[in-house]
Design a binder for this molecule. Structure first.
Ligand code: BES
Ligand code: MN
Length: 447
């Protein structure tokens, strides 16, 4: 791999492109401009497309009739790096240690999308052109729900016509094992606020006379699951498509021990989840109700004898085929209303949602992807589903009418969204090869 690749990777990583925080708005614009310049330099025609949110980078080669058209999609925005004190080196000052590049976004998604860019660069340098017509779309709002992208896809639907989408923003089952993901979970969010008194109260003067909203919220949230980890919301599982035997069997044969992998990585004292399902089954094919944050009352040092006026919790549900986000939220509202303890009022605010995705790994393009992965990594391909979500993927199907190949390069210990996020140079290297192989294979595919 050329030295310049590492320099460019580091430059890309130095942009603090944190999409959720307005303070960094300009950094996203600078990062997008850097991409446009880079893509123009390697021989594509690239442009920055302004949106109500962060800009979209759109690059193409010269399209020729009779060739397959591929859209490669990725994102240049990143999650906030907090908590900063847990990083061994500053998040936007990349370093290379033992073959791994450490920085926010190194895996999710800058390293992965850069692999594609460098693969395209090498093919154009070697052959003068790509074997396919290309659209490269790199957005700046993936980590905040891709708000502007559907509008862009609709507006440019005719120009963006393509045969298949390729995305490297998912995981590999294990280091060195090329992985094709054929499913993603969906996600839908809400926030629950429980209020008792109109202000914070002295807990000696009022304690025992009015409800404590933190206690009420804790009781309410505890009704979400039973002791076996099963979600207790009435009707929640009604639309869940049962796992098929072939899938259960195939996942049992995957070349990794999921339980060990997760215990080693997380250092949790034990695994926990819905009874009756293996870890992969729980992660990939079963829905969850997760509390992502909880707040209320005094959080400072020492004690404060207070009854808070309110308490709140942030929740997300991971969804699986054939659940529908709006319906799940309605059921959750009903559940919370039914179980709300006395003496408090409740306010529920719904958040963003994105659908699940399931496709056929044995379609003509799926087979092409498997060939490409095998060629790039030199070993057998694992077929998996994913627990994470990329909401725009189902919109590629709905708006553009195309399927997506998920060829992820993220490892389990890449610490995406966590401190010390990292990406092995080995994956940048293999990702470059993978890009070259997949464009070749798609160029030749039957469908
Ligand atoms: N790259 C992830 C999604 C992902 C991670 C898919 C691992 C499969 C395996 C993406 O950047 C992400 O974090 N998505 C969010 C979506 C949300 C903001 C709507 C997620 O899954 O929480
Ligand atoms: Mn990502």
């Amino acid at each position: 791999m050329r030295d310049s690749y590492l320099d460019e990777f580091f430059t890309f990583l130095r942009f603090a492109s944190i999409s959720t925080d307005d303070t960094y708005k300009e950094k996203l614009v600078e990062c997008a401009h850097w991409l446009v310049e880079k893509l123009n330099r390697i021989g594509l025609q690239a442009q920055l497309v302004s949106t109500p949110g962060h800009p979209i980078v759109w690059a193409k080669n010269k399209h020729q009739p009779g060739r397959k058209t591929v859209m490669i999609y990725g994102h240049y925005d990143v999650q906030p790096p907090d908590p900063l004190e847990l990083w061994d080196s500053p998040p936007f000052d990349p370093v290379l240690r033992n073959g791994y590049v450490y920085a926010r976004g190194s895996t999710d998604n800058k390293g992965q999308i850069l692999s594609h860019i460098l693969g395209i660069q090498e093919t154009i340098a070697e052959k003068g052109d790509l074997p396919v017509n290309l659209h490269l779309i790199i957005e700046g709002e993936e980590e905040i729900g891709s708000g502007s992208l559907p509008g862009f896809l609709k507006k440019h639907r005719d120009s963006l016509g393509c045969d298949i989408v390729v995305v490297s923003d998912t995981g590999m089952i294990a280091r060195g094992v090329p992985t094709l993901s054929y499913g993603l979970r969906g996600v839908t969010a809400c926030e629950v606020k429980v209020t008792a008194a109109k202000m914070d109260l002295h807990s000696g003067v009022f304690g025992g006379a009015v409800a404590n909203p933190i206690t009420a919220l804790a009781r309410l949230l505890a009704t979400l699951h039973d002791a076996n980890g099963h979600i207790a919301i009435e009707g929640f599982y009604d639309d869940v498509k049962p796992l098929e035997d072939w899938e259960r069997d195939a996942w049992k044969k995957l070349p990794v021990d999921a339980d060990k992998l997760i215990l080693d990585e997380t250092k949790a004292p034990a695994l926990f989840g819905e009874k009756g399902y293996s870890t992969f089954e729980r992660l990939w094919a079963r829905p969850t109700a997760e509390l992502n944050g909880i707040g209320g009352g005094y959080q400072g040092q020492g004690t404060k004898t207070v009854i808070a006026s309110h308490a709140m919790a942030k929740l997300t549900f991971r969804l699986v085929p054939n659940q529908e986000g709006d319906k799940v939220l309605k059921l959750a509202h009903k559940h919370f209303e039914k179980h709300l303890p006395p003496g408090v009022t409740m306010e529920i605010t719904d958040g963003h949602s994105g659908p699940w995705y399931l496709t056929d790994p044995h379609s003509a393009f799926g087979e092409a992807a498997q060939h490409a992965l095998k060629e790039a990594f030199g070993t057998e391909v694992a077929l998996i589903r994913e627990g994470g979500s990329i909401p725009i993927v189902s919109q590629f199907r709905d708006i553009l009418g195309v399927e997506t190949l998920l060829l992820g390069l993220a490892l389990h210990d890449c610490r995406a969204h966590s401190p010390n996020e990292n990406f092995p140079l080995e994956n940048l290297q293999n990702g470059i090869k993978m890009n070259q192989a997949i464009l070749q294979e798609i160029g030749r595919a039957r469908s």
